[in-house]
Design a binder for this molecule. Structure first.
Ligand code: ATP
Ligand code: MG
Length: 436
């Protein structure tokens, strides 16, 4: 069993050769402006939560973490992190989560959803018995490690213990930590089920379950594992779901594991990050690698995350970039855990400028300084597009995202445009655009 996303079948892109040069953007159109709405939709009972209340909060410019009624250790942690005020999702979700409500938090990529669930959990657990009282499930090992770090960051003055549990590493240290008792467990479902089956962990005292990247966690591939984990939990718990996207069919599933949930939605559903400028490059399949190499040499690109559909595709792109003297590393599920960690570390530290990854890197990863995301292949799910381009333009910074579109990907790009409610401007590069 693997916790990581499975690669989809390759459509077998092959690189060709051409000596033409890139030109300035030709067919660009300004993207539609996105509304900055905060919607709090009360489901079932919750008469106190009104849209007016939400709007008032959204308009409040001077809103502070202090106004959320947080304890000093948590406030100190937000100050240490350099945060001046809560983001819209934090303003809305934190008070509701503190009240013990189940909630579904939907907000653009890079807008602080992690703190929206970590902070209320830290508040709830501080000073309580040292048992496993909160469980956070994430779809990938990398996100699992990152969420553990976030808990440590926001909870550093609160004295809680947190552990991450994921595959590809030895069981022993995780077993020792789980058996010893730990307040917060951040886990990928596959490895967690192994520990549950070995009775290494008890969820008798569990109070809060979080599904980070909820729609991903509840889609077809993960559902059996999630059901197994939920079967091991206390039915009277608080459940929090967060994601930047929530397709309607997945929301129906989500509501089954929540109790009288409140939906906190910032902006439009499945909205791409407004901090990211994105463009589509029409390019024949066999010229994609050459266009990539050309863009990487011609443009000032500090730190570039390239997404391919398959693991093999990622390796092939890396090999081709090496042939063009461009340093790149691959990150995908066929790499060993130490290789995955090394690739991510080198990329984060700026030792390698280009990271070529499969969809294991598309959700949740918060790497500051990614200047560009390039979809070498058009993602097959429209939601994936939102998450992929959201690896840049985080925490109010700006970023650029380019999507290479060959002839058989035109329909997919149109679907993406429909789902995100936005037309993506085309950039025509002479010698690369179809028929040029
Ligand atoms: N209140 C805040 N003020 C400033 N920066 C913040 C604040 N809250 C979070 N951040 C920063 O914003 C960045 C993005 O946060 P986070 O990873 O939680 O986003 P997210 O909404 O979960 O995105 P994704 O949908 O991609 O998972 C992080 O670097 C985090 O440190
Ligand atoms: Mg996140």
């Amino acid at each position: 069993m693997t916790e990581d996303t499975k690669a989809r079948p390759s459509r077998g892109g092959r690189a060709g050769r051409s000596g033409t040069k890139a030109k300035a953007p030709a067919k660009t159109k300004a993207p539609a402006a996105a509304p900055d709405a905060v919607l709090v939709e009360a489901v079932g009972e919750a008469p106190g939560l009104t849209l007016a209340q939400a709007e008032a909060a959204a308009a409040g410019e001077e809103f502070t973490f202090e106004q959320l009624g947080l304890s000093e250790p948590v406030l100190q942690a937000t100050r240490d992190a350099g945060y001046r005020s809560p983001t819209p999702i934090q303003r809305e979700a934190i008070p509701l989560a503190l009240k013990g409500r189940d909630l579904m938090g939907l907000a653009q990529t890079g807008t602080g959803k992690t703190a929206s669930f970590s902070i209320p959990i830290i508040e709830r657990l501080t000073g309580g018995p040292s048992r496993t009282r909160a469980l956070i499930l994430t779809p990938t090992r990398e996100l699992c490690q990152q969420v553990e770090e976030s808990f440590k960051k926001y909870g550093k003055h609160a004295g809680l213990s947190v552990i991450s549990v994921y595959g590809g590493v030895g069981y022993e240290p995780q077993t020792v930590a789980l058996r010893g008792g730990v307040d917060v467990v951040v886990a990928t479902p596959g490895r967690l089920i192994d520990h549950i089956e070995k009775q290494n962990v008890s969820f008798d005292e569990l109070e809060v379950l979080v599904l980070d990247e909820a729609d991903r966690m509840l889609d077809m591939g993960f559902m059996p594992q999630i059901q197994k984990v939920i079967a091991a939990l206390h039915p009277y718990r608080q459940t929090l779901l967060f994601s930047a996207t929530m397709p309607p069919e997945v929301e129906a599933l989500a509501r089954k594991i929540l109790r009288k949930p409140v939906v906190v939605q910032v902006g439009r559903r499945s909205q791409a990050a407004t901090t990211v400028k994105h463009y589509v490059y029409p390019v024949p399949k066999q010229k994609k690698t050459e266009l990539l190499a050309q863009l990487l040499s011609a443009e000032a690109m500090d730190s570039v995350l390239v997404f391919t559909r398959t693991k093999h595709g990622a390796d092939k792109v890396v090999t081709r970039l090496h042939a063009s003297n461009i340093a790149a590393e691959a990150l995908h599920a066929d790499k060993s855990q130490s290789q995955r960690e090394a690739a991510l570390k080198h990329f984060k530290e700026g030792k390698v400028r280009v990271l070529v990854a499969t969809d294991i890197a598309q959700r949740g990863l918060d790497i500051s300084g990614i200047s560009h995301v390039i979809n070498y292949d058009v993602p097959q799910q429209a939601e994936d597009y939102v998450h992929r381009i959201g690896r840049t333009g985080r925490a109010a910074k700006n970023g650029d995202a380019y999507t290479f579109m060959c002839a058989d990907e035109i329909a997919m790009v149109r679907t993406i445009e429909r789902v995100i409610g936005q037309e993506i401007p085309r950039i025509s590069v002479a010698g690369y655009d179809f028929g040029t």
